[in-house]
Design a protein around this ligand. Structure first.
Ligand SMILES: NC(=O)c1ccc[n+]([C@@H]2O[C@H](COP(=O)([O-])OP(=O)(O)OC[C@H]3O[C@@H](n4cnc5c(N)ncnc54)[C@H](OP(=O)(O)O)[C@@H]3O)[C@@H](O)[C@H]2O)c1
Length: 243
């Protein structure tokens, strides 16, 4: 049996949205398993934090997933991609009842879907035939609560797009991981109330705590390694769907 720390030896892994949270944890996990990893994001702030966290073991690239030319340049430079992940937020998280959202607000949430579609469209020609593309949706895709309509609709669309791509891009395997409430920069806007508010949000779950980015990253790595998984959604949500 191959030593666990070498299972991704010789593999090229690209993580769009890889400079923070779930994407960063995935970049670090893949690098520890022997892959050469490129992690991308827009802001200098996230890039700097990622530089510290990865200690030179991951190549950091400043890039917006909506910038076709920049993604084409990166993928062309890399040449062959074995595993292409996007965890980029890429859109606005609008938390309001559907009928109170302006058309612009509702559409802005779909920036995430357009970003993932660009990653697939531009990236697929570079992905090895035994490689993978993996995206990140979220529990609201299949759990419906007030004010979450934008997240639910986008998450559902991401999961359906993954199934379409799995069929169209076969034998490339295409999958999606659906996280629950995970401790990342996504909740930093709560400021000093973050711990208390997140604790209240996770109270009713089967696993009564916030998830760790590393727990979601392990599912993303699993989908790179399991050669028989395609068109599937892996839930890492503390049992939120059953709560
Ligand atoms: N945390 C949760 O509880 C949770 C729950 C359900 C689903 N999710 C999903 O999980 C994914 C990862 O989120 P996270 O929680 O890890 O958030 P995060 O810590 O904020 O990380 C998001 C990453 O995406 C990058 N990014 C955002 N927009 C981008 C763009 N247009 N182009 C390139 N990179 C972009 C960010 O860097 P820059 O901002 O510097 O570009 C950052 O590296 C997201 O799709 C999110 O919707 C998260």
């Amino acid at each position: 049996m191959q030593a666990p720390e070498t299972v991704l030896n010789g593999k090229n892994v690209v993580v769009i949205g890889g400079t923070s949270g779930i994407g960063l944890a995935t970049a670090i996990a893949a690098s520890k398993l022997g892959a050469r990893v490129w992690a991308c994001g827009r802001s200098a702030e996230h890039m700097e934090k990622a530089r510290e966290a990865t200690a030179g073991k991951v190549e950091l690239v400043q890039l917006d997933t909506h910038d076709d030319a920049a993604m084409t340049r990166l993928f062309t430079d890399i040449g062959r991609i074995d595993h292409l992940v996007s965890a980029a937020t890429g859109g606005t998280r609008t938390l309001k009842p559907l009928i109170e959202q302006s058309e612009e607000q509702f559409q802005a949430a779909f920036g995430k879907l357009w970003g993932y579609a660009k990653v697939a469209r531009i990236g697929a020609p570079f992905v090895a035939q035994d490689g993978t593309i993996t995206f990140v949706s979220g529990a609201p895709a299949r759990r419906f609560k007030p004010n979450m309509s934008a997240l639910s609709c986008v998450g559902g669309a991401v999961e359906n797009m993954v199934r379409c791509l799995a069929v169209e891009l076969s034998p490339i395997r295409v999958n999606v991981v659906s996280p629950g409430i995970i401790d990342t920069a996504l909740f930093d806007w709560m400021g000093s109330e973050k711990t208390e508010r997140v604790s209240a949000m996770t109270q009713g779950q089967l696993v009564r705590r916030i998830g760790r980015p590393e727990e979601v990253a392990s599912a993303l790595v699993y989908l790179m390694l399991n050669g028989y998984a395609t068109g599937t959604t892996v839930d890492v949500d503390g049992g939120q769907l059953l709560s």
